[in-house]
Design a protein around this ligand. Structure first.
Ligand SMILES: Cc1cc2nc3c(=O)[nH]c(=O)nc-3n(C[C@H](O)[C@H](O)[C@H](O)COP(=O)(O)OP(=O)(O)OC[C@H]3O[C@@H](n4cnc5c(N)ncnc54)[C@H](O)[C@@H]3O)c2cc1C
Length: 399
């Protein structure tokens, strides 16, 4: 180990979310500069990162958990904590808190919290009764598979790509499925009416009954067991009050970006966490990528977009690294007038979480943060806030 490495002060990067984009971001950063960062990944799920796109194959029995697991990061200065949900961000102290109460200071915070399944506002769905599932996580897929073992019949709500895949997966397991879709044709974003009709015909041959032009008006729950027993339909194509029996219901009604911790921290949030072209939020120390982000160009909720953001952000953070000489005194660096203006931490707010729980450490982190980013140019935005807002209508998810 050389002297420079021993004395290097690494910038602390916290990544919140160990999903398809968060895990890719760590790879991207390590590939570009494995030595300048101390990376901590905090992921709410208990699992290694996995290919979420293949969850419908798990439901269909075409893939198992082992085959969808993504390579995990094992590198020096990189720690991955699974089953660690971030519950708060203290922007003044620059640290996050996880659900076990532990605190994690950062110089740069990357939010990659993804999105959650949208639960439609239908009577009977709050709280979700037994037998009703979304398909977003590996746990969801496992529960659907387990429920399909004893299910007599299933309803899938939502006839987009994910709904069609889920319906096919259940039919493949021998469960009779009714696919309920509000529009006149399946997958109307991808197919015209004629093609949607052909698809419905093909699905019928595989054990999926399609009910287009119909929406669920109520989810019926058994009095004794609290489990779903059927779905009442409302629409042009069904008899008034018609009920489709089901002891398994899968919701495939789109997604909602996971923005809770960002909103609680006072960051700008619209549909997603608002970011500029450089993927920074309105706090220059905090970035957002993947499904949770709302970039100026809008978002389709596709993984390729998140991977592109991951690559760009890794490049950006590497470009901000402070190249410190080991012999240089901190005072000399911070007094320098030749470099670009250094970033200053915002004034501490009263009652900041990390400060109140660990005041001494909090002060140390703030001093360290000033040192580490002291020569980094301030993060600039390529677009004014007004331009970001105008992208809102395009920021719809396909899933
Ligand atoms: C069944 C299915 C099929 C799909 N098919 C396609 C497809 O064919 N093509 C395509 O492009 N896309 C598809 N998608 C969408 C694709 O999976 C997403 O675009 C992609 O997973 C986004 O990656 P992400 O890392 O932003 O979010 P995610 O992969 O959702 O990861 C986010 C992670 O953050 C964690 N997290 C959230 N909040 C916190 C917190 N507070 N603290 C710690 N961790 C937190 C979550 O637990 C999760 O592990 C599909 C999605 C599903 C569910």
């Amino acid at each position: 180990m050389n002297v420079r490495t021993q004395s290097r002060v690494r910038s602390r990067v916290i990544v919140v979310g160990n999903g398809m984009v968060g895990s890719r971001f760590v790879d991207d950063l390590l590939q570009r500069d494995g030595d300048s960062f101390e990376i901590t990944v905090l992921g709410a799920e208990e699992y290694e990162p996995y290919n979420r796109v293949l969850l419908s194959d798990v439901v269909a029995g075409r893939a198992d958990v082992a085959t969808i697991t993504l390579p995990s990061q094992q590198a020096a200065h990189t720690a991955v904590r699974r089953g660690a949900a971030v519950v708060g961000i203290d922007r003044d102290a620059r640290c996050v808190m996880t659900d076990d109460g532990s605190l994690h200071p950062y110089d740069a915070l990357v939010l990659a919290t993804g999105s959650a399944a949208r639960v439609p506002d239908v009577p009977g769905l709050a709280p979700l009764p037994g037998g009703v599932h979304a398909l977003r996580t590996l746990d969801d897929a496992r529960e659907i598979v387990a429920a399909s073992m004893n299910a007599r019949s299933a309803v899938v709500v939502g006839g987009g790509v994910l709904g069609v895949e889920a319906a096919l997966g259940l039919a493949r397991r021998g469960v009779p499925v009714t696919l309920v879709h509000g529009a006149d044709a399946l997958m109307e974003r991808q197919l015209d009416d004629g093609a949607g009709g052909v698809l419905a015909g093909e699905l019928a041959g595989l054990g999926v009954t399609c009910r287009t032009g119909a929406r669920p008006s109520q989810v019926l729950v058994g009095d004794e067991d609290g489990r779903v027993s059927g779905v009442r339909l409302d629409g042009r194509t069904n008899a008034p009050g018609e009920i489709v029996d089901a002891d398994l219901v899968v919701l495939a009604c789109g997604t909602v970006p996971e923005t809770q911790i960002a909103a609680q921290a006072g960051l700008a949030v619209e549909r997603g966490v608002v970011v500029g072209h450089d993927l920074s939020t309105d706090d220059p120390q905090i970035f957002a990528i993947g499904d949770c982000a709302q970039p100026p160009e809008g978002s389709q909720g596709l993984v390729a977009e998140g991977w592109d953001q991951s690559r760009r952000l890794a490049q950006h953070l590497v470009s901000l690294v402070v190249r410190q000489e080991p012999t240089e005194a901190p005072e000399a660096r911070t007094r320098s007038t030749t470099g670009p203006p250094r970033t200053r931490p915002p004034p501490r707010r009263r009652g900041s979480t990390c400060a109140s729980r660990a005041p001494r450490a909090g002060r140390a982190w703030r001093r360290a943060s000033v040192r580490r980013w002291s020569r980094a140019p301030p993060v600039t935005r390529a677009s004014p806030p007004a331009e970001r807002t105008s992208s809102r209508s395009r920021a719809r998810s396909r899933w």
